[in-house]
Design a protein around this ligand. Sequence first.
Ligand SMILES: CC(=O)N[C@H]1[C@@H](OP(=O)(O)OP(=O)(O)OC[C@H]2O[C@@H](n3ccc(=O)[nH]c3=O)[C@H](O)[C@@H]2O)O[C@H](CO)[C@@H](O)[C@@H]1O[C@H](C)C(=O)N[C@@H](C)C(=O)N[C@H](CCC(=O)O)C(=O)O
Ligand SMILES: Nc1ncnc2c1ncn2[C@@H]1O[C@H](COP(=O)(O)OP(=O)(O)OP(=O)(O)O)[C@@H](O)[C@H]1O
Length: 479
Amino acid sequence: MNKTLNDLLKPLKKQCDEDIDITGIQLDSRKIKDGNLFVAISGYEADGHKFIQSAIKNGAVAIIGEKNLKEIVTVPYFKVDNSRKALLILVNHFYDKPHNKHKMIGITGTNGKTTTSYLLHHILEHNGKSVARLGTVEYVINGEMRESNLTTPDAILLQEMLHESEDEYVVMEVSSHGLDQYRVHGSMFDYALFTNLSHEHLDYHKDLEDYYQTKKKIFQCLKDQGKGIVGTYCSWGERLHEELAEELVPSVSFGQSKGGEPIYLKSYSTVPDVNLVIDDNEKEYVIKMNIQGEHNVYNAIGSYICAREIGLSPEEVIEALETFEGVPGRFEEVTIPNGAKAFLDYAHTPDGLQYALNTAKECTARNLYHIFGFRGKRDCSKRKMMVQISQSLSDYVFLTLDDLNGTGNELMLAELRELSKPYENIVVMDDRTEAIVYVLSLLKEGDGMIITGKGSENYQEEYRYQTRNDRETIVNVLS
Ligand SMILES: CC(=O)N[C@H]1[C@@H](OP(=O)(O)OP(=O)(O)OC[C@H]2O[C@@H](n3ccc(=O)[nH]c3=O)[C@H](O)[C@@H]2O)O[C@H](CO)[C@@H](O)[C@@H]1O[C@H](C)C(=O)N[C@@H](C)C(=O)N[C@H](CCC(=O)O)C(=O)O
Ligand SMILES: Nc1ncnc2c1ncn2[C@@H]1O[C@H](COP(=O)(O)OP(=O)(O)OP(=O)(O)O)[C@@H](O)[C@H]1O
């Protein structure tokens, strides 16, 4: 796919004296191929302008950047105010607005994005639609799985995949980083679904208000006939729903009913599995699901309402919900033989952890053992709160390592020891696999073990038992 430079520059209101063929757009000098346009970004770690020379050496024929470098760059150079924004406009034009080929569903929120995207994928596929799904676990395009490197891919990869996808629907997770960094476009989504908001990413966002305002930007990315779907079971969602009404953004809510909604959650139970009673236009439906936890009640009703907005009938949605098998590593049970229970979960926020532990408690007759740690170089301000939640909802807590992301082993362990000090039911263990093996040896009939933080992800650190992930550690010990 090629375009001329002047064609590409049109939406940026720029022009080049010499028109040249552009074979692709890149933001990383190492990925440049002959005839590419390089966009230099002032990044969080590095300054992309420093790589202009190497981009040209690798074959770049034109450059976009934020600095005054026109006189010294040897190929056509164009200065813009914001390179990330310019990149998005350029790449969207390069691929001829590929989001218009699809019905696009963007899901944002602190927790529940992956689960909701799996639910919607399943509902739509069960009803004969072709669906692409992009998010933390994987990217699925035209029925083929690809490795995910970011929850919301960068603008180039995203537009490339949307261009390549022949799927009727695209269900994608939209992170606050993605919204802040212009990875998604201004008129992209037919539906924007907000799950909830709570303490997270305060290493990136100034405060919760800033995090909220960033998440809210997804509603500026709706197509003309687009619609918002807002979870109002948390107070940020209630506020959002009110603000969208004031701003005349069409939206529906899910959560506690305020009265007047045509579809609402009438009641629910969570033990042993999630059961929902939904009032849909004055007709009552009971849905029996194979997943656990109050949080999944909200994920299910959010997906139900989105699917109904899309045009599926209640029966079509319910049949699909009742056959949903859950999401890898999200409250996933691993069978163990002695009548005890083991769960893997991806909770890594205080709010998510509270839901996950409450669910584990509901499933556990005797003692609950919780094993977890913290990602290195990620929001440290949530750690104390998560330890408090863990020790109050579990009988025994084993603090151990998660991905260190370059933080020193000893530094992390010292912090874990400090965090555990006020509590008698917390033990710090310096090897994640040893912690799992030890807890497995303690489990008796009726006990429960929940390991949070990694879900189905493979380990990044080397541990004593050379297993790839938490599931494998459990299974290997038991075999
Ligand atoms: C903090 C952050 O979000 N960083 C993202 C950001 O990086 P950046 O542009 O600032 O990159 P940088 O490393 O400073 O480099 C600046 C520029 O120099 C270029 N460069 C660099 C080296 C070189 O040799 N040549 C070269 O051209 C880089 O390609 C880049 O364009 O933009 C990049 C391109 O879009 C992202 O890949 C990168 O994500 C990093 C890897 C990351 O880990 N991000 C996480 C925090 C993230 O985005 N997470 C959310 C989910 C969060 C959640 O809910 O859990 C996600 O959507 O995945
Ligand atoms: N609706 C919800 N409300 C609160 N917590 C939830 C909700 N849904 C899931 N969780 C918790 O959050 C964890 C992560 O869920 P999920 O992967 O669906 O969310 P996510 O938003 O995609 O997270 P991430 O961005 O970290 O990938 C789950 O394992 C569970 O503990």
